[in-house]
Design a protein around this ligand. Sequence first.
Ligand SMILES: N[C@@H](Cc1ccccc1)C(=O)O
Ligand SMILES: CCCCCC(=O)O
Ligand SMILES: [Zn+2]
Length: 355
Amino acid sequence: MLIQGVLGWQPVSELPRRSMGLITLPVIRRMAVCGGTHGNELTGVYLVPELERQRREKGDTLWPVPVTTVLSNPRAVKECKRYVNKDLNRCFTSAILSSPVTDTTPYEVQRAQELNSMLGPKGTADATDIICDLHNTTANMGLTVISYSHTNWVIMHIYKYLQARLTDPRTWLLDSTCINCFSSVEKITKVPVRLILLNIPICDAYSLESVAKHGISLEVGPQPHGVVRADIFNVMKEGVNVVLDWIQHFNSGKVIEGAEVDVFMFEKSVDYPRDTETQNPLAVIHPQLQDQDFCLLQRGDPLFLTFSGETVGYDEEEPLHPFFINEAAYYEKGIAFHLARKKTLVIPNIQAKND
Ligand SMILES: N[C@@H](Cc1ccccc1)C(=O)O
Ligand SMILES: CCCCCC(=O)O
Ligand SMILES: [Zn+2]
């Protein structure tokens, strides 16, 4: 029998056993890395084949668990567009995944059902343990992890580890390598790392990574769509390696210490001021807001600059944090930026169950 456990749908037998304040969880057995879910977000489009090259060169023992590499939307990648008929990353609700496929079904709906049978089925014990879905954004978001559940301790611990490894890599020097000798080794990545949580039940979760027991999207920017930037590529490559390192660490059975982490809970979306007749935007993101993702907006802070030169200010009661500011792909969705509330959460010590 499956019930909605702390990690989503789980067989009763796999629910975490609490003992001495320590939560034990099943080991991670399978992972998928997906690129090209949006066909013009090129870091993942190029990193997936690079991972496949590494596997061909070094064999499967390269990674701690079997890794399925997937190009999620091959037709959109070929056309270098976000999608062909419908945004693939909005096609993974239980309703869409169970809808009948006819000859008028959008390509991405049919593709989502294929991906669900390959990596899911979503919400079942057979689903892949971890999906790492690689995305890019034109917004200045550094490396942002996106997921759904603040009680999925695997995801929360992966996020904490990403933050530790990528925000200040010097804390992770394996030996006494001096700081200024880094130039002699591969460029050390240093990038702000945040987590956005969408408070949506698993059945209504609409993005690809929600198919997995523990799904994360790695959103890296700023990068123009249709372009590959080396610095962004290195952040994404390092991010995937850090997730794999964490899996090895967790599966070894060591107790992984809990901690306090700051997360951003999705609150709402804000659209551009628009002409009521044409629906065209009347304003652009204000220069003082552009590239300031995750800042704290106070009443009166500038949001938009109208084409005629007026400033539109933030007039919400509560100070909130904007992100995906001026994301190119969201113009058609009527989204200028999203707003989030920052929260500090406590994550428990966890340990892989050894049976
Ligand atoms: N760029 C992604 C961000 C995202 C990931 C996962 C869930 C929701 C949103 C998208 O719009 O699809
Ligand atoms: C983390 C971003 C939230 C996505 C909401 C939307 O684009 O519909
Ligand atoms: Zn994307």
